[in-house]
Design a protein around this ligand. Structure first.
Ligand code: ACO
Length: 208
């Protein structure tokens, strides 16, 4: 298994991987029933492609060059709150909108650029491992590589909105701190992931 940057020519393959392994499977997507395994979701696809365009994402490929996992990494900029609110208002699918409203809400609880005195933050936005490769440390490898990418691009702060227990374990292992969280018991039932997932956690690592 090798971890590599995602070249533009493989964006279609990355999207196919995400449709099979992330779109239906990520805890909040699953809770709202966003889509079926393998099905596309236009607004989520747009979000993924916009993140890939930052050119800071990485993927793991197996010995046959098949994509086994991806970390889609993007940049959060100081002062983009209003733009995010506008984007949220423009979303069409109520299920997708309810997920984004929750992510917006947790990020409202803490103005990270201001808290850490930086203009840009490196965000691990979408972490996804092929179902047949899970539980073998691939997410760890993706986060480790993402940290390397963040450091080599001069970022001082890295964050993730970690929605499930397994991604939270990975970020904790790499010394991310939970800055704030929203327990799923406080979230409306239609948006609430089942066990073992307990809370949405905003996690931050200071890079040095
Ligand atoms: N049951 C119990 N524990 C598990 C399971 C499982 N099914 N899967 C992983 N774990 C544990 C591992 O034991 C490990 O914990 P440990 O360090 O205490 O041993 C930890 O979770 C991470 O294990 P990895 O093998 O590195 O994780 P994996 O490669 O399986 O990928 C991931 C984890 C990315 C969450 C995967 O399950 C997945 O793609 N899920 C669907 C998409 C998703 O939920 N992504 C994260 C959303 S948050 C975000 O994107 C920022």
């Amino acid at each position: 298994l090798r971890c590599l940057p995602v070249p533009k020519r493989r964006y279609d393959e990355v999207m196919a991987h995400l449709r099979l392994n992330f779109f239906a499977d990520e805890p909040l997507n699953r809770a709202v029933g966003l889509c079926k395994k393998g099905e596309n979701h236009l607004e989520l696809e747009r979000h993924c492609l916009a993140t890939l365009a930052s050119r800071m994402s990485c993927m793991i490929v197996d010995e046959n060059d098949k994509i086994a996992g991806t970390a889609l990494n993007g940049i959060v900029k100081r002062g983009e709150r209003d733009e995010n609110e506008r984007r949220l208002a423009e979303l069409r699918d109520p299920k997708f909108k309810s997920i984004f409203a929750l992510l917006f809400k947790i990020n409202e609880k803490c103005d990270i650029p201001n808290k850490y005195g930086v203009d840009e933050i490196f965000e691990c936005r979408i972490l996804s491992v092929d179902e047949s490769f899970r539980g073998r440390g691939l997410a760890n490898l993706l986060v480790e590589n993402s940290i390397r990418i963040a450091k080599s691009n001069g970022f001082k702060i890295m964050k993730a909105d970690a929605t499930g227990l397994f991604s939270q374990k990975v970020f904790l292992k790499y010394d991310f701190n939970v800055i704030t969280e929203i327990p799923y018991s406080d979230v409306e039932p239609s948006l609430r992931p089942g066990p073992p997932h307990k809370a949405l956690k905003l996690m931050v690592k200071i890079l040095n």
